[in-house]
Every structure is written in C-alpha cells, then in structure tokens.
Design a protein around this ligand. Structure first.
Ligand code: DTR
Ligand code: ZN
Ligand code: ZN
Ligand code: CA
Length: 449
C-alpha cells in the first residue's frame, strides 16, 4: 500500500511523496458463494432479487428478419423437412452457443423427413427444479411463418440471450426449446416429452408455451391451464392496464399439449389466429372488429410485414417477467468479482496510467450492467479523468474532470453497458490527472459480473 509522506501543505500545494509498492498484480476471482475471504465485505451480503429486464424489440425483430431471409433463401418457407427449417435451427443454435448455453439438437422422423428439436440449458440453478420456455420454430409450407411462429421463437431466443447478457443467476434451472413439426400436430414436442424419463419430467416445475405473439390485429390471451402460471401473466398485463382474456381455443392446439398430458403445469401467451376479433375485443384492445386476429395465418403473407410491434414487444417483456419471477434468481451484484489491489501512482498533470485485470473463465459477452468498483485516493478528485477500457480497446467514460470538485478520493461503483465486449480478456482502468498540484494513486479496483 502506498505511504503518503511529506509536510502538511495547503491543499493545492501539497506535494505527496508516493512510495509505489511493487506488489504483484492480484487478479483474484472472488465468489460470494464460495465463502472465501472477500476483498469487498459488501459482496458477502445476500444479493438483491433481480428485476426482469426489458427485452429489446429491435433485437427480437432482427431475429425475425433473419428468419425471413432464411425462408426467402429456401423456397419461401421454414417447414418441417425443408432446408429452411434446418437453417432456422442452425441460426438459433449459433446465437445460443455464442452466449454460453448448453445446446442439444434432438432428431426425430415425421412424414419420412428428419425433424429437429433444439433444447438450450442455461448452466446453473437447481437442476431439480426446471423452468421451461418453448416455441415451435417450423412454419407451414405455404409461407415463411414469421408470426406463426417466428414471433414466439424470436421472443424466447432474445429472452435467453438477455439471461446471458445480464449474467442472470436463477435459483431454478432455465431451459428453452424450439420445436420441430408443430404444424404436423406437435410432433417434435410430443417426441421430446415421450422420450423424457419420468424422473426428468418430474423436475419440470412449469412449461411456458409461446405460439403466435405478434398477430397484426392482436388479442392478448393467457393460457388458463394452470392458475398460478396464468396469474403471473395476468398480473403483468394488469400492471400495464392491459386487459387479457383466457385462451379458450388452444387446448391441444400447440406444444404445451404434450407437457400437459404428461401432468406438467403449463402456461403461455397467444395473440390470436384465424378467429375474428369481436367488437368488444376491439373496444378494449383496438384493432379491427370482424377481422381475423391474423389474416395471414398459414399463408404466404405471414412475412415480417405481418407483425404488430406493440404486441410483440409486450409479449416479449411479459415472457421475461415470467422467467425472472418464476425462476427466483438474482443478477448478483457480488457474484463473481475480479480485483486488482496493486497501487498505481497517478502523475500530477501527467500522462494517463492504467491498472489491468485479466478476466478468465467466463462465457459470452459482458453484462449490460457491469459493475466497476473504483477506489482512487486523491486530494482533489476534480483533476481526475477515469475510463474503463474493455478487451476490445474501447474506452467507457466513468468520470470526467471537474475543476470545481475539490473533494478527496473517488470511491464509487459505476455501472457500464459492456455487452459489446467479450467477458474474458484484459480490462483496464485508465486514470489521468489533468490539473496541476494535488496528486494521488489507484488504490484498488474491481469488476463484478
Ligand atoms: N395451432 C397453432 C395456432 C393456434 C391456434 N390456436 C391456438 C391457441 C393457442 C396456441 C396456438 C394456437 C399453430 O398453427 O401453430
Ligand atoms: Zn400454425
Ligand atoms: Zn404456431
Ligand atoms: Ca492535479
């Protein structure tokens, strides 16, 4: 630790003799759960429950654009047994693998063609209690199936990617699935359930199904198969003053059916298909009475133009709320900490200095709410400019200079959207003193994922 020596001088003229130690870099991985000695006593506190994040509509629509492109490049559809379906599986799998999910592709045969289910597990959580969210990825052969069911597939994909980006640590184990051959009669999901050992089925606390979430003339329907799961969704919409109706026509008409038949609690959301919107429904939801919720249902016009953004956005956020609420986890602010406690002298009105932390052992990108704990001792903090530099070399401004801020020290935790950075790599704290007189040093700093 630095020893501050020298005469006591007026603030601005104080010259501080700094004895830099040469302590080795101590990038320490501290896990709050590990019970090891923690550099930051606050990390030992029970982490706060994580509030569900907003799901980016832009990101969900970007997935839909990809699915549209896939259909356009493969005969205009993404149907079971066609090249467009396997290309859809490959797209979704690629995103999940890059984000750190454990993915499995389960093959089955239907109608003489090979079908594929994609199952993605988020590492961690209580393996004895699984929260499961699914959507069928196949379209009919008549069209690209962007609402039916690119919408459900893209919404749970972006929810899964948000889990990874947030570094979410659920109490329960999270599983997501994209089913094949639903349009042939829930063939893929039934194959999955029928081949799941009873002991594994009993671990599934609930299965949430999302089939058609963005119908152009949307309704807001909630599956009523399980009162508790129904209540989670109804409460979320009620908090936004959006009335919902129970989904009455769907029994047996989508991938929740095989799970329900196996005695597993099911829930889900639906924005409507070929049925016409009533006047009363149009009164409360807007849209056009007497017109089908989705006039392009199972048609070639079920393209990216067949999407209601508001319904897609609301249903995607409702999914995130249900996943976070039902999995009872945290985005632990003190979960995994990397720290450097080596003192680094900051030259007075001089060149910037840097302190590095090598992050290892993580997967995917850094979170959108990366915590950066800074402890800089200084006698006039307004002189200081402080940046976080990610492994890419991009600088993220934490603190700018302020000539009138004469207070001592910068001891603060900053929150940075570092989701554009890989988590693993060398991170740096860059500090520059741009004002003459008054000096100090980096005492320690840390990153919490
Ligand atoms: N069978 C679904 C569409 C569908 C129709 N009614 C419901 C009710 C609940 C979920 C889905 C549906 C399909 O064509 O994929
Ligand atoms: Zn369909
Ligand atoms: Zn469908
Ligand atoms: Ca200075």
């Amino acid at each position: 630790m630095l020893e501050l020596t020298g005469p006591t001088l007026p603030r601005r003229s104080r010259a501080v003799a700094l004895l830099a130690t040469s302590a080795a870099l101590t990038a320490t991985l501290l896990g709050a759960a590990s019970g090891t000695a923690l550099a930051d006593p606050t990390a030992a506190k029970a982490p706060a429950k994580a509030a569900a994040p907003d799901i980016s509509l832009a990101n969900v629509k970007a997935h839909l654009s990809q699915l549209q492109s896939i259909a356009s490049a493969n005969g205009g559809n993404r149907a079971h047994g066609r090249s467009g379906y396997k290309a859809s599986i490959d797209y979704v799998k690629g995103k999940l693998d890059a984000a750190g999910f454990t993915t499995t592709v389960q093959q089955f045969t239907s109608g003489g063609s090979t079908g594929y289910n994609l199952v993605a597990d988020w590492p961690g959580g209580d393996a004895g209690h699984v929260l499961f969210a699914g959507a069928h990825l196949d379209s009919v052969s008549a069209g690209p199936g962007i609402n039916d069911n690119g919408s459900g597939s893209a919404a749970i994909l972006e929810t899964a990617l948000t889990v990874a980006r947030e570094g979410y640590k659920p109490s329960k184990h999270l599983r997501f699935a994209w089913w094949g051959a639903e349009e042939l009669g829930m063939v893929g999901s039934r194959y999955y359930v029928n081949n799941l050992p009873a002991a594994e089925r009993s671990k599934i606390d609930g299965y949430l199904n999302f089939d058609m979430l963005a119908s152009p003339n949307p309704g807001y329907f909630v599956y009523d198969d399980d009162p508790a799961l129904e209540g989670v969704f109804k409460n979320w919409f009620a908090a936004k003053n959006i009335s919902t109706e129970i989904e009455t026509e769907g029994d047996g008409r989508s991938d929740h059916a095989p799970f329900k038949s196996a005695g597993i609690r099911v829930g889900g959301l639906f924005s409507g298909a070929e049925t016409r919107k009533s006047s009363a429904q149009a009164q409360k939801w807007g849209g056009t009475a007497g017109q089908a919720f989705d006039r392009c249902y199972h048609s070639s016009c079920d393209t990216t133009s067949n999407i209601n953004d508001t319904a897609l956005d609301l249903n995607s956020d409702a999914i995130a709320y249900a996943v976070w609420t039902l999995s009872g986890g945290t985005t632990e602010p003190g979960g995994t900490t990397f720290e450097n406690t080596t003192d680094v002298a900051i030259p007075d009105a001089g060149a910037p200095v840097e302190s590095s932390i090598a992050v290892t052992g993580r997967t995917g990108n850094a979170p959108s709410a990366l915590k950066v704990g800074v402890d800089i001792k200084h006698t006039w903090r307004g002189d200081l400019v402080v940046d976080l530099v990610g492994p890419s070399g991009r600088a993220y401004r934490l603190k700018s200079s302020n000539g009138s801020d004469s207070a001592d020290n910068v001891i603060e935790t900053f929150t940075v959207d570092a989701s554009g950075e890989t988590a693993n790599g060398t991170w740096k704290l860059r500090v520059q003193d741009i004002g003459a007189q008054d000096t100090g040093y980096i005492d320690s700093w840390k990153l919490t994922f």
